[in-house]
Design a protein around this ligand. Structure first.
Ligand SMILES: Nc1ncnc2c1ncn2[C@@H]1O[C@H](COP(=O)(O)OP(=O)(O)O)[C@@H](O)[C@H]1O
Ligand SMILES: [Mg+2]
Length: 346
């Protein structure tokens, strides 16, 4: 007797060439309807104009048309939904980052708030604690990690993968180190996301406990690309105390709340200034911004860093504070932040 079961059994042999599975089993043939001697069904493909459509439709029509009591077969081709497509054809994991345990992106709404300074020194503090740490400069518009770590712009390759630079116990990669390469890098929207995928996928990061990622300011393409490529990435949010800075940080927090990325903590930078070790702290940029944001967005405040001349000098001369003076008062704050970050990511 002609029924749906018979049609499903008949179509078991129609396989997807790439997936090597039956179209029936993976749900690409659906909505089988029998009305008298007419059979209609839906064929869901990547797109309605998929080059596979004709081959599949012919095969289905021949097989079902040969069944007794069938006079005509109608195949309607539709596109798979985005979710269905992603489930059926999952993207291969990026090769370069296969062996990285945790990702930590340092983000903020604005430039000049100390993201790179904090990314570099927190990465070093994590390395001091015995973790294997990489540092990816994803600030494609203004890569400043090479300057802060005193790195040259030569890179080596090994079977088509870039080898990250080693310095101060970190594995480092930045587009700022590619200036000397023969490829010219020009930054436009679609290229940015492509380059970020390369920085993750075609760099031989190897085994790491943490990859610290220095994001460019704001909520543009690079941040979104990283967020999409790394759904498990934790975010360390940087702010400064003054009210005007908070609006941008709020927007950045909203982005990562929307993408579902865990906000591991907040750091307030340039919180205060000590004219000498025993002096009263001076709140040059006002106070309370970090605490206010922490309460409002329910993100723990992991630390407040002072305006520190040596921190700035370390950034300019390529020897970061966590290398030259890891046990200074500011160095100890970085150590605490790193400990809290590690504790919260595990
Ligand atoms: N706490 C600080 N004390 C003194 N200088 C700082 C401090 N944080 C950052 N800086 C300096 O401010 C400038 C901007 O910092 P940077 O880390 O490049 O910010 P971002 O990456 O957010 O643009 C750099 O010259 C840096 O050395
Ligand atoms: Mg920066």
């Amino acid at each position: 007797m002609l029924d749906e079961k018979l049609i499903r059994e008949t179509l078991q042999t129609v396989l997807h060439p790439k997936l090597k599975k039956s179209l029936i089993d993976i749900g690409m043939i659906r909505n089988i309807l029998i009305e008298g001697d007419v059979v209609t069904l839906t064929l869901a493909l990547k797109s309605e104009r998929s080059p596979l459509r004709k081959g599949f439709a012919d095969k289905i029509e021949t097989l079902v048309g040969a069944l007794p009591d069938v006079s005509s077969v109608q195949v309607e081709v539709v596109a798979l939904s985005k979710e269905e497509f992603a489930r059926l054809f999952p993207k291969a994991p990026l090769k370069g980052i296969e062996n990285i345990k945790h990702f930590l992106a340092v983000a903020s709404g604005k430039g000049g708030v100390g993201k790179t300074t904090i990314a570099v020194n927190v990465a070093l503090a994590l390395a001091n604690q015995g973790y294997k740490v990489g540092l990816l400069d994803a600030d494609v518009y203004g890569p400043s990690v090479p300057l802060m770590l005193g790195l040259s712009d030569t890179l080596e390759q090994d079977d088509n993968m870039i080898i990250p630079k080693e310095k101060y116990g970190l594995r480092i990669m930045s587009l700022g180190m590619t200036a000397g390469q023969n490829e010219a890098f020009i930054w436009r929207g679609p290229l940015v996301s492509k380059m970020i995928h390369r920085l993750l996928g075609q760099v031989k990061w190897g085994e790491l406990d943490y990859l610290v990622i220095d994001l460019p300011p704001g909520t543009g393409d690079p941040s979104i690309t990283i967020a999409q490529a790394l759904p498990d990435c934790s975010i360390l949010m940087i702010t400064t105390p003054q009210e005007v800075a908070l609006a941008d940080v709020r927007r950045s927090i909203a982005l990562f709340n929307k993408t579902g990325h865990p906000l591991v903590g907040l750091v307030e930078n340039m919180s205060y200034f000590l004219s000498n070790e025993s002096a009263e702290p001076i709140n040059i940029f006002g106070s309370g911004g970090g605490e206010k944001l922490s309460k409002e967005a329910d993100i723990p405040l992991l630390g407040a860093l002072p305006l520190d001349l040596e921190l700035r000098e370390g950034g300019d001369n390529g020897v970061p504070l966590m290398v030259s003076e890891p046990n200074s008062s500011t160095g100890l704050i970085f150590q605490t932040i790193a400990q809290k970050v590690a504790g919260r990511i595990k």
